[in-house]
Design a protein around this ligand. Structure first.
Ligand code: GTP
Ligand code: SPV
Ligand code: MN
Length: 646
C-alpha cells in the first residue's frame, strides 16, 4: 500500500467502514493472566555489553528498583514486534486497522498523564544560582536522597529494559550517547523511533565513548512494600512525579509519568536540558529548534533553524510545502538542533533525533500534508480518537468528525459532548525517514551550515509577522524576549501569555541569563559568519479573534523575504522593534489578503510596546546581575526609539 492511498482514504472513507474488533473500549484493568512477561530475550542473557561501568550501573539501579527481569535491548525489529505484541495482548496498545494504518498503534494514557509537568521538573546543579530563577532547583545531595526513597522497589513485578541510544547519527562527531533504563515498554518503543538504538551503541560505550545515564520508572510497582501483588493497569503512572536533571554528572531520573518528554528521556531531558549545559561548557548550542533546507527559485540553498515554543508551529514549518512556485523546503529536524562552529567559522547544525513526536490536532491535509503522508504507517498515536474502522482521527484532520468515534479516553464520543475527541496534546511518534521531504543528507555527521535563525511565538497582539534583527546582539535580545501564549504541551492553563526566552523556558539546564550570555559569546566567535536573526509571529489575530495571516504553506512568503534579506535584495524599514519589510517587499501574488489585515500584521502600537518594555525590564530584573549588559542596552535603545516614535 502506498502512502497516497492511505492519505486520500482518510477524508473520503465511509465512517462505517469494515468492522474493526479492536476498536471496542478496552477493559480498564488488565487481567493478571495477561501480565506474564513475554520473553523477548534475544539480547537479554547474558548482558549485551561487556562494559564494566555500564553493567555495574545497571546492576546498581536494579538493586534499587527491584524489577523481576532485566532486558538488554538490541534495538531490533524483532524486539519491537515482540514488545508491541505484548502490549496489544495486555490491552495497553490498540492495533490499528492495517488496511488504513499498517503497523500502527494507539496508546491511551491515564487522563492525569497527558503532557510535560514543568512544576515537577528539577535542575540539580550544585549551586542554586546556576539553575536560575526560571528553573526549579534542588540541592543535588538532598534530591539524590529523596530519589532513592522514591525509586526503591518502583519496578517490582516489572521488567527493566536497558535502552542504549545515540542522539545524532551513530559515531558522528556532534552525536552523544546515552542509556535509558525504563520499566515502560511504551517508552522503549518510543525511544526506538525517536533515537538510534541498538547494539552499535554498546560497542561505542565499550570503546570508551562518554554516555549519559538516565533512569525512568512509571512509579507503579506491581508488588507493594509488604509483598502484596496488584494488577497492572492500562497506563501505569503515579500522581507523584519527578523529572530530575543532574547536569554536572549528565544524569536524568524520571518518575511517575509515561508521557512524551517525561519518558522519552533522550529528548527534552538529554538533548536539551543536559546538552544545553554541555554546550555552554564546550562552546556549542543545544536549542529547541527545527531545521530546514530552503532552496530558492534560482537554486540558491539556505539552511534555517527556528525556535518556537511547544506546539507553536515547528513541525509545521519543518514540513512546509511551498504555495509559491520555485521555492522548496526539505525537512532536517522538527524539534531540536545542536549547533557548533565548523572549521570554516560557520555554524553547523544537526538534528539529534531520529523521529518526530508531533502534535496531532491541527495536522491535516490542508495544514500539513507532509505530516499526513509521513504517518501513513509504522506510527504510534497517543491520545487521539479511534474511528470505528480502526483508523485514527483528531480535530483538524478532516473538517467534520466521522461518526462513531471513540475519544482519547476510550469512551464513545459525539460532537454534542462539547469536548475534543482527541486530547489537545495528542501526538504521533514516527521515524523521520518516513517524511517524504526529508533531506537526503539529513543524517550528515557534520551537519548543515546555518544561514538564518528565527525566533517565534504565539502572540495574538503586538508582534509583527516578521522582523529582522539589526545585529547579532539585537537578535539575541529578540530571542531573550520571546513570549508566547501557553499550549497543551505542558500541564497548566492554556492561552496564558508567558515569557519563553529562546523557546527554552522548560528546557534550559542552567541559568537562562547565562544562556543569553552564551549566545552573545557565540556571536563574537562567529563574527561576520554568524547567521542573521529574525523574529516571526503567525498567530496575530484581528477582530473576532481570527488569524490575520493564513499561515502554514503560506509562511514560505516570509521565508522568501528572509532569503531576500540574506541576499541583500529586500529592502526593510527601520522601526523601534527591528527591521520590517518595506511596503510591497513581501511576495503576496496569488494570496488574497485584505490590505487592512496586512497593515494590522505589521502595525506597531507604541503604548503596547512601551508596556512590553516594562515587562521585559521586570523579567530581566529577576535574573539580577547575570543579565548581560548588552541586553539592557538593546532594551534602552528600543525604549528610546519608541518614545520618539511618531
Ligand atoms: P512541540 O512538538 O510541542 O515542540 O511543538 P511544535 O512547535 O512542533 O508544534 P506544531 O508544529 O506541531 O504546531 C502545533 C500547533 O500550531 C497546531 O495546532 C497547528 O495547527 C498550529 N500552527 C502551526 N503552524 C501554524 C500557522 O502557520 N498558523 C496557525 N494559525 N497555526 C499554526
Ligand atoms: C514539547 O513540549 O516541546 C515537545 C513535546 O516537543 S514533549 O516531548 O512531550 O516535550
Ligand atoms: Mn518541543
Amino acid at each position: 500500500m502506498n502512502s497516497t492511498d492511505v492519505t486520500h482514504s482518510t477524508s473520503d472513507r465511509n465512517a462505517t467502514g469494515p468492522d474493526w474488533p479492536e476498536a471496542s473500549v478496552p477493559a480498564a484493568r488488565v487481567s493478571p493472566a495477561s501480565r506474564s512477561h513475554t520473553d523477548i530475550s534475544c539480547a537479554s542473557v547474558p548482558a549485551a555489553t561487556i562494559d564494566p561501568g555500564l553493567v555495574a550501573w545497571v546492576a546498581g539501579i536494579a538493586a534499587l528498583t527491584k524489577p523481576d527481569h532485566i532486558v538488554w535491548c538490541d534495538g531490533s525489529r524483532r524486539e519491537a514486534d515482540g514488545l508491541t505484541k505484548q502490549l496489544v495482548a495486555a490491552g495497553k496498545l490498540v492495533r490499528l486497522n492495517p488496511q488504513w494504518r499498517p503497523n500502527s498503534y494507539l496508546a491511551r494514557t491515564d487522563p492525569r498523564d497527558v503532557a510535560r509537568v514543568e512544576e515537577s521538573t528539577f535542575i540539580c546543579s550544585p549551586r542554586e544560582e546556576d539553575a536560575g530563577p526560571t528553573n526549579n532547583w534542588r540541592d543535588p545531595r538532598d534530591m539524590r536522597t529523596e530519589l532513592r526513597g522514591v525509586f526503591d522497589g518502583s519496578m517490582k513485578g516489572r521488567t527493566m529494559y536497558v535502552v542504549p541510544f545515540s542522539m545524532g547519527p551513530l559515531g558522528g562527531g556532534i552525536s552523544q550517547l546515552g542509556v535509558q533504563l525504563t520499566d515502560s515498554p511504551y517508552a522503549v518503543l518510543s525511544m526506538g523511533i525517536m533515537t538510534r538504538t541498538g547494539e552499535r551503541v554498546y560497542r561505542l560505550i565499550e570503546a570508551g565513548e562518554p554516555w549519559m545515564r538516565t533512569v525512568h520508572s512509571v512509579g507503579y510497582p506491581l508488588v507493594d512494600g509488604l509483598g502484596r501483588s496488584r494488577d497492572d493497569v492500562v497506563w501505569p503512572c503515579n500522581d507523584t512525579k519527578y523529572i530530575v536533571q543532574f547536569p554536572d554528572s549528565r544524569e536524568v531520573w524520571s518518575y511517575g509519568s509515561g508521557y512524551g518528554g517525561n519518558a522519552i528521556l533522550a529528548k527534552k531531558c538529554c538533548a536539551l536540558r543536559i546538552a544545553s549545559v554541555m554546550a555552554r561548557d564546550e562552546g556549542w548550542l543545544a536549542e529547541h529548534m527545527l531545521l530546514i533546507r530552503l532552496t530558492s527559485p534560482a537554486g540558491a540553498v539556505y539552511h534555517i533553524a527556528a525556535a518556537f515554543p511547544s506546539a507553536c508551529g515547528k513541525t509545521n514549518l519543518a514540513m512546509l510545502r511551498s504555495t509559491i512556485r520555485g521555492w522548496r523546503v526539505e525537512t532536517i529536524g522538527d524539534d531540536i538542533a545542536w549547533m557548533r562552529p565548523g572549521s570554516d567559522g560557520r555554524l553547523y547544525a544537526i538534528n539529534p533525533e531520529a523521529g518526530f513526536f508531533g502534535v496531532a490536532p491541527g495536522t491535516g491535509e490542508a495544514s500539513n500534508p507532509t505530516a499526513i503522508e509521513t504517518i501513513w504507517g509504522n506510527t504510534i498515536f497517543t491520545n487521539v480518537a479511534l474511528r470505528p474502522d480502526g483508523d485514527v482521527w483528531w480535530e483538524g484532520l478532516t473538517d467534520t468528525p466521522p461518526a462513531g468515534l471513540i475519544d482519547w479516553e476510550g469512551k464513545p464520543w459525539s460532537e454534542a459532548s462539547g469536548r475534543p475527541a482527541a486530547h489537545p496534546n495528542s501526538r504521533f511518534t514516527v521515524a523521520a525517514s518516513q517524511c517524504p521531504q526529508i533531506a537526503d543528507d539529513w543524517e550528515k555527521h557534520d551537519g548543515v551550515p546555518i544561514d538564518a535563525i528565527i525566533f517565534g511565538g504565539r502572540r495574538a497582539t503586538n508582534v509583527p509577522l516578521v522582523t529582522a534583527a539589526t545585529s547579532w546582539q539585537h537578535g539575541v535580545f529578540l530571542g531573550a524576549t520571546v513570549s508566547s501564549e501557553t499550549t497543551a504541551a505542558a500541564d497548566g492553563t492554556v492561552g496564558e501569555l508567558r515569557r519563553d526566552p529562546f523557546a527554552m523556558l522548560p528546557f534550559c539546564g542552567y541559568n537562562m541569563a547565562d544562556h543569553w550570555g552564551h549566545w552573545l559569546k557565540m556571536g563574537e566567535l562567529l563574527g561576520e559568519r554568524a547567521p542573521q536573526i529574525f523574529r516571526v509571529n503567525w498567530f496575530r489575530t484581528g477582530v473576532g479573534g481570527s488569524f490575520l495571516w493564513p499561515g502554514y504553506g503560506e509562511n514560505v512568503r516570509v521565508l522568501a523575504w528572509i532569503v531576500d534579506r540574506l541576499e541583500g535584495k529586500a529592502t526593510a524599514v527601520e522601526s523601534p522593534i527591528g527591521l520590517i519589510p518595506a511596503p510591497g517587499e513581501l511576495t503576496l501574488d496569488g494570496l488574497e489578503i485584505p490590505d487592512a489585515a496586512l497593515r494590522e500584521l505589521f502595525h506597531i502600537d507604541r503604548g503596547s510596546w512601551l508596556a512590553e518594555c516594562d515587562l521585559t525590564e521586570t523579567f530581566f530584573t529577576r535574573f539580577g546581575d547575570r543579565v548581560p549588559g548588552a541586553l539592557y542596552h538593546e532594551l534602552a535603545r528600543m525604549r528610546a526609539a519608541l518614545t520618539t516614535m511618531r
